[in-house]
Design a binder for this molecule. Structure first.
Ligand code: DX5
Ligand code: ZN
Length: 226
């Protein structure tokens, strides 16, 4: 995957039909999705439960783009191999998930995936400064993780801006996740983000039988950058 900072949309399947992930992934990709964002929650690190590596493996054949797996679990290390086997391209762990994020990110790379590190709204960007040489992506949460459909936290924008300066010319994506729509996406883009996770704003009003609505929702986000 060659690196570039052009804006990319990553639909979060948290807002898709859980009984039909395969078709949902195909539908959003046919409508132009750049990556597929897969939210893994454990009911412990965050107050919600979704699914694990078996589900990621099941949808893998339906993901022709990039499978971007966001782990909201603690601990992370015991599950790294399972997500590698499931076919994750990017595996992102939260800096808050344990005391040894450096080791975790090394282990993700060693397992053949591209490591990402995520920070919660209450965590300063300086928390990832010591691991920037290990990652391909930093995920700045723009809501508190756990649920779709929450309101964008605008104080995250100054963190994105600082992170963009810290990163300089290093080939590291800045991903924003939570409350991204046609109003907030341009703010995050201006601040320096290049990967935009969107759940509710993207799946709203559509279905696998009405995928053109997904396309229109994505277009609204893309048009907001124009
Ligand atoms: C939140 C997840 C997000 C979520 C975004 O914990 O990490 O990926 O699905 O959903 P929206 O776009 O609805 O805020
Ligand atoms: Zn996410």
């Amino acid at each position: 995957m060659p690196f570039d900072r052009s804006p990319k949309i990553a639909p979060s399947i948290l807002s898709a039909d859980f009984a039909d992930f395969g078709r949902e992934c195909r539908a959003v990709q046919e409508q132009g999705a750049d990556w597929i964002h897969v939210d893994v929650m454990d009911g412990h690190f965050v107050p919600n439960l979704t699914f694990g590596p078996a589900m990621a493996k099941a949808i893998r054949p339906h993901v022709k783009t990039v499978m971007d797996v966001h782990l909201m679990i603690a601990p992370v290390d015991p599950y790294i191999d399972a997500f590698a086997e499931a076919g994750a391209d990017i595996l992102t762990a939260h800096v808050e998930a344990g005391p040894h994020i450096h080791r975790t990110l090394q282990a993700i790379r060693a397992a053949g995936m591209r490591p990402g590190v995520a920070i919660n709204p209450g965590t300063p960007v300086e928390a990832v400064e010591g691991v920037l040489d290990l990652v391909d992506l930093v995920l700045v949460m723009t809501v508190n993780p756990g649920f779709g459909g929450q309101k964008f936290i605008s104080s995250a924008l100054s963190k994105v801006r600082r992170l963009r300066e810290m990163i300089g010319a290093q080939e590291i994506h800045i991903e924003v996740d939570g409350g991204i729509d046609a109003t907030t996406a341009p703010l995050a883009r201006d601040a320096g983000a290049d990967v935009f996770v969107a759940g509710s704003a993207l799946f709203k009003g559509g279905s696998v039988d009405r995928p053109e609505v997904y396309g229109a929702n994505m277009k609204a986000i893309r048009d907001s950058w124009a």
